[in-house]
Design a protein around this ligand. Structure first.
Ligand SMILES: Cc1cc2nc3c(=O)[nH]c(=O)nc-3n(C[C@H](O)[C@H](O)[C@H](O)COP(=O)(O)OP(=O)(O)OC[C@H]3O[C@@H](n4cnc5c(N)ncnc54)[C@H](O)[C@@H]3O)c2cc1C
Length: 387
C-alpha cells in the first residue's frame, strides 16, 4: 500500500497550517488586485520551502523531492498562484543552477534563492517557440570575454518581481556540425543593461503570480555566466522540465483536493427540495469522481517523486513524470468544472474560491509542456514512432 512517511505527513501538516494562516485568507484579494505578495514569498522562504531539496552548504535542508511535492501540493490547495511561485522558483530557478552551475555560480546565486529572499526565472519560451523549444531565436555571441545576447522571451514566471535576482535564458550560441542550432544556457542578472522585464501579463488566472515577457537587446554578461557546458542547453532544459512536470502535477493535485473538500462541505450544507444537495445522486456521484481523481493523481505524483528520490533510471522517471503531469493537470481542469457546478450560481461568483480555481486550472494543461506534448512523450516512451 502506498503511504507517505510519518515525517512527510508531519511536514504536510506544518505547511498546511502556514498556508491556512498566511495565504488562504488573502488569496482572493491578491487575485483581484493582481498583487504578487513578496512579503509572503519571503515568509515561505523563512519556513524553508525554497531550500527543501538544496544542500545544506547553500542553506537548504538537503531533503527529498517528495517533501517539495508535499509543500507545493499544500500551498496550491489554498492558492495556485503561490503554489506555482514555489514550484517555478525551485524547479526552474534554483534547480538549473544547482545541477549545472560552477561552484562560483552556486555560491553567488543560491544562498539568497534557497532562503527565498530572491527569485530566479527560467527563460526558455519565446514568442515563436514554445512546444518547439529548440526553435529558439535568441542569440548569444562571444565578444571580448562577454556574451552579447539579443532576443526575447515569453511568459516567464518569477522574472520581473522586485526580488528577482536573475533569469537563466536559452540562446543559440552557434551551429552544430549536423546543421542544427547549438543551444546554451546563460545566467542574466536582473538589472543588466538591455535586459528588460516588460509589463506583467493580464492573465486568465494565476493573477498573483509574476509572469513577464522579457526583451534582451545587446545584453552583455561575462563569459563565465554560461550555465553548464556550451551546446548542452537543450539537454539541460529537457532534464529541468522532467522535475518541473512532477512539481506542476503537485500544483494540480492541490487544486483537485481543494475542489473535493469544498464540494463535500457545500453539498452537505446547500438545501434544495427539502434536503442537502449531497443527497441527490446527480451531485454526490460527481463528488465521488473528484475523490477518484484526487487519489489517482496523488498516487501518480508521489510515484514519480519516489522514483526520483530512489534514483530510478532517467527513462522510467521521464515516463512517470509525463504520466503524472498529464493525468493530474487534466483532472484538475475537470475537477474545477465539477466543483463550480456543485456550487451552482455561487460557483460563478468570485466570493467563492472554486471560481478562482476554475480560472487558475486551465494553464496547468499548458505550462511545462502541454497535454499534447505529454502524450507525445508517453507514446515515444512506449516505442511508438510518433513525430
Ligand atoms: C502563466 C504561464 C507561465 C509560464 N512560465 C514559463 C516559464 O517560467 N518559463 C518558460 O520558459 N516558459 C513558461 N511558460 C510557457 C509555456 O511553457 C508554453 O506556453 C507552453 O510550453 C506552450 O508553448 P506555446 O505557448 O508556444 O504553444 P505552442 O507550442 O505554439 O502550441 C500551441 C498548440 O499546439 C499544440 N502543439 C504544438 N506542437 C505540437 C505537436 N508536435 N503535436 C501536437 N500538438 C502540438 C500545443 O499542444 C498547443 O495546444 C509559461 C506560460 C504561461 C501561460
Amino acid at each position: 500500500m502506498f503511504e507517505l512517511s510519518e515525517e512527510h505527513r508531519e511536514f504536510r501538516q506544518s505547511v498546511r497550517d502556514f498556508a491556512e494562516a498566511e495565504i488562504a485568507p488573502h488569496a482572493a484579494e491578491w487575485d483581484r488586485k493582481h498583487y504578487f505578495p513578496v512579503e509572503v514569498v519571503q515568509k515561505m522562504g523563512r519556513l524553508g520551502l525554497f531550500g527543501l531539496t538544496a544542500p545544506e552548504e547553500y542553506g537548504g535542508a538537503g531533503g527529498d523531492f517528495t517533501s517539495l511535492c508535499v509543500a507545493i501540493e499544500e500551498i496550491s490547495r489554498v492558492d495556485q498562484s503561490m503554489g506555482i511561485t514555489l514550484e517555478a522558483a525551485v524547479g526552474l530557478g534554483i534547480n538549473p543552477i544547482l545541477t549545472y552551475g560552477t561552484d562560483e555560480q552556486k555560491a553567488t546565486w543560491l544562498p539568497d534563492l534557497v532562503a527565498g529572499e530572491k527569485l530566479a526565472g527560467f527563460g526558455l519560451t519565446e514568442p515563436e517557440s514554445g512546444s518547439d523549444a529548440g526553435a529558439t531565436k535568441t542569440r548569444a555571441v562571444l565578444d571580448g570575454g562577454e556574451w552579447v545576447i539579443d532576443g526575447s522571451k515569453q511568459f516567464i514566471t518569477n522574472s520581473g518581481s522586485s526580488i528577482t535576482s536573475c533569469v537563466t535564458v536559452t540562446a543559440r550560441t552557434g551551429e552544430r556540425p549536423d546543421g542544427k542550432p547549438e543551444i546554451s544556457t546563460i545566467i542574466v542578472p536582473a538589472g543588466t543593461p538591455g535586459f528588460v522585464a516588460e509589463a506583467a501579463y493580464d492573465k486568465l488566472g494565476w493573477h498573483a503570480s509574476d509572469t513577464h515577457p522579457l526583451s534582451l537587446s545587446g545584453v552583455r554578461v561575462p563569459e563565465s555566466n554560461l550555465l553548464g557546458r556550451r551546446g548542452k542547453g537543450f539537454a539541460q532544459f529537457l532534464a529541468t522540465l522532467d522535475d518541473g512536470r512532477v512539481a506542476i502535477a503537485a500544483v494540480a493535485l492541490g487544486c483537485i483536493r481543494a475542489c473535493l473538500e469544498l464540494s463535500v462541505q457545500y453539498a452537505g450544507e446547500r438545501q434544495t427540495f427539502g434536503g442537502p444537495i449531497g443527497r441527490k445522486q446527480g451531485v454526490a456521484f460527481q463528488i465521488a469522481d473528484l475523490k477518484v481523481m484526487a487519489d489517482a493523481a496523488e498516487l501518480l505524483v508521489y510515484r514519480a517523486a519516489a522514483l526520483k528520490d530512489a534514483g530510478a533510471s532517467v527513462a522510467d522517471f521521464k515516463q512517470a513524470a509525463s504520466v503524472a503531469k498529464l493525468y493530474a493537470t487534466e483532472s484538475a481542469v475537470t475537477a474545477t468544472r465539477i466543483a463550480t457546478q456543485v456550487f451552482g450560481g455561487y460557483g460563478f461568483m468570485e466570493e467563492y474560491p472554486v471560481t478562482r480555481f476554475y480560472r487558475d486550472a486551465k494553464i496547468l494543461e499548458i505550462g511545462e509542456g502541454t497535454s499534447e506534448v505529454q502524450r507525445m512523450l508517453i507514446a515515444r516512451s512506449l516505442g511508438l514512432p510518433v513525430e
